[in-house]
Design a protein around this ligand. Sequence first.
Ligand SMILES: [Zn+2]
Length: 74
Amino acid sequence: MCHARGTLKKHGFYERYVIPFQEELLISIRRFKCSCCKRTTSILPSFLLPHYQHTVSFVLGCLQETFSRVNDFP
Ligand SMILES: [Zn+2]
């Protein structure tokens, strides 16, 4: 956020619920703190979207199903 380079240091974890399909899982997300501006950030795994509990593959599957239904109507 402050555009400093090489200043992120590991700063613990936070827990987050993830819903791959039916079940709900609790996973740990690594947090980082900038030693320059003192702000914290995290890097989500590639299978998660910010602010969504469902995984990327679940969301894409829902979108694909929705758009395939749109084509069923004249
Ligand atoms: Zn910073």
